[in-house]
Design a protein around this ligand. Structure first.
Ligand SMILES: C[S@@+](CC[C@H](N)C(=O)[O-])C[C@H]1O[C@@H](n2cnc3c(N)ncnc32)[C@H](O)[C@@H]1O
Length: 311
């Protein structure tokens, strides 16, 4: 096990990388106990029993593991001053993205690894989506349209609203995955929930009427969807006059059970955000021009919340 006291983070980074480069499957390090430096900024030193220790909070080690594509085991105290951290590389072959499906519409279907993911178990996602919903200020009997609803997991967040309000809402979920929709119908058998199998590019032909809220998470950037045309159609043909939108965009990826920050781009070792930033800038500008107040929030998933200026 490598042991560090006052060395700067880049020394530790180099040492870990060298171990992985020589083929180690797990790198263990001992570093100053984060609780000895409570209230210090990362990198500040503290003298403990005559030994100089460089403080870092646990978050620094979680970030390091994330950026190295590693799993961090539960830190354990190995002395009064040090904890032990084990970094294990995630298995690149265990990405749910590699799911091979007979039909492109079933990439996220009932048989896919995607069904094991419950985004409402991710703290940032849950809090950001809930705050976006609170900003929308739904009214009793409002209609909600969810595009790319899949098996309906995200709809459970509406249950966290005031009970009288949430039980008065009605939902229409659209997706092209037949098997995911079957799971959604099982999950929400009530008449307040309708699930339709359709291509989002054909939304205008479905004659669904207008909605008070349109929500679409992790879907608008899917291959084959003309997101610009869909956004225009949502604003012009699917929202009531003072309707709102919540659009979610992944800024992360799952690998081997772990959520890693940043979408992976070909030929880049670190997350590359230009495409996402370009798309977000377009949505924000378009929605501003159409008299919405627009907020951009989130971390692993970014949320564009557009509420009419009047609300
Ligand atoms: C990444 S998943 C997101 C699902 C869910 N909203 C979530 O965040 O967990 C994208 C969803 O959009 C659906 N989808 C992608 N392209 C579509 C299209 N052209 N028409 C209808 N659904 C589509 C997929 O079947 C899938 O359920």
């Amino acid at each position: 096990m490598l042991s560090f006291g006052e060395e700067p983070l880049h020394h530790i980074l180099i040492a870990i990388r060298q171990r992985f480069e020589r083929g180690d499957r797990r790198v263990s390090i001992a570093v100053p106990h984060p609780e000895l430096g409570r209230g210090l900024y990362p990198g500040e030193t503290t003298l403990h029993q005559g030994v100089l220790l460089r403080h870092r909070p646990l978050r620094v080690w979680l970030d390091l593991a994330d950026r190295l594509g590693c799993r961090l085991s539960l830190p354990r105290a190995v002395s009064d001053t040090h904890i032990r951290l084990d970094f294990e590389p995630l298995d690149p072959d265990r990405s749910w993205h590699d799911h091979q499906s007979v039909d492109a519409t079933e990439k996220y279907g009932a048989g896919s690894v995607f069904q094991r993911i419950d985004k409402l178990e991710e703290a940032s996602f849950l809090l950001d989506l809930l705050e976006a919903l609170e900003r929308v200020r739904l009214q009793p009997a409002d209609r909600v349209l969810d595009l790319g609803v899949n098996s309906g997991g995200e709809l459970a967040v509406f249950d966290l609203l005031d009970t009288a309000l949430s039980s008065s809402l009605s939902f229409v979920g659209v997706d092209h995955s037949r098997t995911a929709l079957a799971l959604a119908r099982e999950r929400f058998p009530s008449k307040t929930h309708t699930f339709l199998e359709a291509d989002l590019n054909d939304l205008d032909e479905l004659e669904l009427g207008r909605f008070d809220l349109v929500i679409s998470i992790g879907t608008l950037q899917s291959p084959g969807i003309d997101d610009r045309a869909l956004l225009r159609s949502l604003v012009q043909r699917h929202l009531v006059t003072d309707g709102s939108l919540i659009l979610g965009f992944p800024n992360s990826r799952y690998l081997d059970g772990e959520l890693l920050y940043g979408a992976k781009m070909k030929n880049f070792s670190q997350p590359e955000l230009s495409l996402l930033v370009k798309d977000l800038a377009f949505y924000r500008k378009y929605l501003h021009q159409h008299k919405f107040k627009v907020l951009l929030t989130g971390k692993y998933d970014l949320f564009v919340t557009a509420v009419p200026v009047r609300r």
